[in-house]
Design a protein around this ligand. Structure first.
Ligand SMILES: Cc1ncc(COP(=O)(O)O)c(C=O)c1O
Length: 457
């Protein structure tokens, strides 16, 4: 596997034996539609899977590469452990370094997922409170719609140790990034009230629900100007859906799942930690033999387990380079297609999109007809379950609680829009998937169905 021939001349070894990653793929013949269908032929048929955002997707050729790694381990585990594993992980880290413009491969660690990366960052902050390096009540600032698992991690590691939290409300639906910047600045001011110090700001690059591309570079810059100690960008959805330049973004820590939009099998994420005085205190939550040797090495051995998803990153690069424009081409087409499909749905239902096109990547929020009466989180979940079971459509639904003053909300001809669907587009999607969704919703509206009464079995 180590010596596998590179395809399309995209990733090659130079005369020092180091992996060289060319960002510009040399394309022989772009992948054809039937080949794409074959790569994803393990997907359940009959399901309009317009939710790549939740769990991503992995093509057959990458699964085959993963299987080879698994067998290589089982054939001779000791040799694999001593001679193959670490070098294989280093190659994957080197690919990532090239893709995100990091300075040094030692700034990149591979971990299971964004949740693990959040634990690494937040445990470091928690230790600052527990060891009394920080004053009690110093703060962590984050977006109100930060991922639930990250919010729970703050409770577990930071608030318990004495830190306080300021949540910044994300306005939605949105017309411009200025609205976010304004709210964020207010959040920082609140975080600094009464002489408190902001020890950490957590900024999503692409929020999960509702999905919005956040002006992360501008917010990091504001954090620096306002004297925030450390900045963590939760970019779980970023790699494979937006261009990443970690130097330009300028955060201390930046995590992205590789299993969401970068075609890796679950579970693998990279955590970038900018070389800084904080680096020696970054530790994997699972302590093993390599503790104290730096996060990338600690993370590369956390006990006996399957490391294959971390080893297939070069194979993923081969896969994406079969597409015109490589991963950047895929990103561009997904963005264009998801917008086109989103606009088509909004027009047919007489609703709206949740944010302007430049604040979307491969996912878009589409308003649902108010006649469906989505009045709670439970209603949203019911509609999602109903669409899956009765219509074969997999799409997450967001409930948007109406504001008291009704300000900023969107309306359709029958009332306030209180529910949005988050649609994704990935290379395996076709316009029929969205058409199926469009018709399902129109059918429910015509039948005068309201969410509370929908069945999910
Ligand atoms: C913004 C954000 N952060 C963190 C996560 C957690 O990712 P994982 O479940 O892979 O740890 C997600 C998952 O959707 C997310 O959207």
């Amino acid at each position: 596997m180590d010596q596998e021939e590179p395809r399309n001349g995209d990733s090659t070894h130079n005369h020092h034996g180091l992996l060289h990653v060319s960002k510009k793929p040399k394309l022989a013949l772009p992948i054809s539609e039937p080949e794409i269908r074959d790569e994803f032929s393990h997907h359940q048929t009959g399901v309009a899977r317009i939710n790549n955002g939740s769990f991503g997707s992995c093509p057959k050729s990458v699964l085959a590469a993963q299987r080879k790694w698994q067998l290589k381990f089982l054939e001779q585990p000791d040799d694999f452990y001593f001679n193959t594993l670490r070098n294989g992980i280093l190659k994957s880290r080197t690919v990532i370094k090239g893709l995100i413009n990091a300075d040094d491969v030692d700034e990149i660690s591979l971990v299971d997922n964004a949740t693990t990366a959040a634990a690494i960052v937040l445990q470091q902050i928690g230790r600052g409170f527990a060891e009394r390096k920080f004053n009690q009540n110093d703060t962590v600032v984050m977006l109100h719609c930060a991922f639930q698992a990250v919010k729970k991690s703050i409770q577990a590691y930071v608030t318990r140790a004495g830190g306080s939290v300021v949540e910044v409300q994300l306005p939605f639906p949105l017309a411009s990034e200025e609205e976010i910047i304004r709210e964020f600045k207010e959040g920082l001011a609140k975080g600094k009230e009464n002489g408190k110090r902001i020890r950490l700001a957590i900024i999503d690059h692409i929020t999960s629900m509702p999905c919005v591309v956040i002006p992360v570079r501008k917010l990091v810059k504001i954090c620096r100007e306002e004297g925030v100690d450390q900045v963590f960008v939760d970019a779980a959805h970023a790699i494979g859906s937006v261009k990443i330049d970690v130097k330009e973004i300028g955060a201390d820590f930046y995590v992205s799942n590789l299993h969401k939009w970068f075609f890796c099998p679950p579970a693998v994420a990279f955590l970038y930690c900018r070389n800084s005085k904080f680096s020696p205190d970054m530790h994997h939550p699972v302590v093993s033999h390599e503790f104290g040797k730096g996060l990338p090495v600690e993370s590369a051995w956390i006990g006996t387990r399957d490391y294959s998803s971390q080893l297939v990153v070069p194979s993923v690069l081969e896969f994406v380079n079969r597409f015109e424009g490589g991963i950047e081409g895929i990103m561009k087409r997904n963005h264009e297609q998801v917008l086109k499909m989103g606009r088509m749905l909004a027009e047919s239902w007489g609703t709206n999109l949740g944010s302007p096109s430049e604040m979307c990547a491969g996912m878009v929020m589409v308003g649902l007809p108010s006649r469906l009466k989505i009045m709670s989180e439970e209603d949203a979940l019911k509609l999602r379950g109903h669409l899956r079971v009765y219509f074969g459509v997999e799409v997450p639904i967001h409930y948007l609680a109406p504001k008291e003053d009704d300000e900023g909300g969107a309306r359709d001809k029958d009332g306030i829009i209180s529910g949005y669907a988050r649609i994704s587009h990935q290379v395996y999607n076709t316009s029929e998937d969205y058409e199926k969704f469009r018709i399902a919703v129109l059918h429910l509206v015509e039948e005068k169905k309201i969410c509370k009464l929908l069945s999910t079995e």
